[in-house]
Design a protein around this ligand. Structure first.
Ligand code: NAD
Ligand code: MG
Length: 334
């Protein structure tokens, strides 16, 4: 697989001098600040009076309503929540000039057809493999978070050069830019967050916690074991894969891992992972989530409230309050 780096960027060919960034959340703020510091003319598009407007102004960034920001931009980056993006698109569509590019950090709306771009514009994707706070901090430190890039529609013949120029502007070429497709980015991203990263890990943690507590162990001890210590293991995996984790845990832990792990997560789990993937591929998940969102998210809110009321959250709050050194990446970056 080719990994694009700084020397692959053809600034002239890309024809990118003005960029509009719509949305000023996790990704939007990081992209806007990095692009500006890379010497690009950036305007952030926001709803007048919305909470992000003041923050963007305080950061010294030009701000305008979305349609005004989009008018005349070479690239319009749509960095609002995926469910809000189709409505935002309807507001700005007529302001995006023919020959411009629209850019996403996740392929969801293009891949599932909830945004349909006219033939006259490029449709591209630049997805940093990390949260916005990290994208900003790595850039400030002279490094960059690796990015995925993709082209869904190349109206100008310059779509890929533009995606690369944008990735370069946010620092991505320092970390390396990998080429993918909207389908691959969207489907793997959804699968990862559902089966492994968010859904898989939190179920593993809470089910482990519940198993210990129902067997009569103290919730505080169960919390440290199943939630708190996860970070140590994840950091080792992140830095050096399975090999580094094995270097730092005991032989007893390794033997337990090798013999018991595959009994907890087994072929039946794999079968359900395949089903979850199928629902992503055939659009079932996207339709279900869109319908839930349009209905005002009643199930989502109820399930979220139940998650937040879980005993692991209560005991966790009390224990974390005693560990003042615990700070999140987001807080570090703010
Ligand atoms: P976010 O929720 O942090 O921020 C969204 C911003 O959009 C808000 O700050 C606000 O300025 C604006 N906004 C919110 N609701 C709106 C509405 N109804 N109408 C108009 N504007 C509205 O979003 P994010 O996490 O930065 O996600 C943006 C895109 O980046 C998404 O496509 C997401 O999938 C993608 N992405 C996110 C991450 C991440 O780590 N957060 C990583 C990679 C890709
Ligand atoms: Mg969960």
């Amino acid at each position: 697989m080719k990994i694009y780096v700084e020397s692959d960027v053809e600034q002239g060919k890309a024809g990118v001098s003005r960029i509009a960034v719509i949305g000023y959340g996790s990704q939007g703020r990081a992209h806007a600040l990095n692009l500006r510091d890379s010497g690009i003319d950036v305007t952030v598009g926001l709803r007048p009076g919305g909470p992000s407007w003041q923050r963007a102004e305080a950061d010294g960034i030009k701000v305008a309503p979305p349609a005004r920001a989009a008018a005349g931009a070479d690239i319009v980056a749509i960095l609002v929540p995926d469910m809000a993006a189709p409505r935002v698109w309807r507001d700005i569509e007529s302001s995006v000039k023919p020959g411009a590019a629209i850019l996403f950090a996740h392929g969801f709306n293009i891949h599932y057809g909830s945004i349909q771009a006219p033939d006259s514009i490029d449709v591209i994707l630049v997805a940093p493999k990390g949260p916005g706070a990290l994208v900003r901090r790595q850039y400030e430190e002279g490094r960059g978070v690796p990015c995925l890039m993709a082209v869904a529609q190349d109206a100008t013949g310059r779509a890929k050069a533009r995606a690369l120029a944008y990735a370069h502007g946010i620092g991505g070429t320092r970390g390396g830019v990998l080429e993918t497709t909207f389908a691959e980015e969207t489907e793997t991203d959804l699968f990862g967050e559902q089966a492994v990263l968010c859904g898989g890990v939190t179920e593993l943690v809470t089910q482990g916690f519940e198993t210990l507590v129902e067997a009569g162990y103290q919730p505080e001890v169960a919390y440290f074991e199943c939630m708190h210590e996860l970070k140590l293991i994840v950091d080792l995996l992140h830095e050096g894969g399975l090999a580094k984790m094995h270097q730092f845990v005991s032989d007893t832990a390794k033997y337990g891992d090798l013999t018991r792990g595959p009994r907890v997560v087994d072929e039946s789990t794999r079968e359900r992972m395949r089903t979850v993937l199928k629902e992503i591929q055939d659009g079932t998940f996207a339709r279900e989530w869109r319908a839930e969102y349009e209905a005002g998210m009643p199930r989502y809110k109820a399930m979220m409230a139940a998650d937040m009321a879980h005993p692991i959250e209560q005991v966790g709050r009390e224990l974390r309050a005693r560990m003042s050194w615990l700070r999140t990446e987001q807080q570090d970056a703010a």
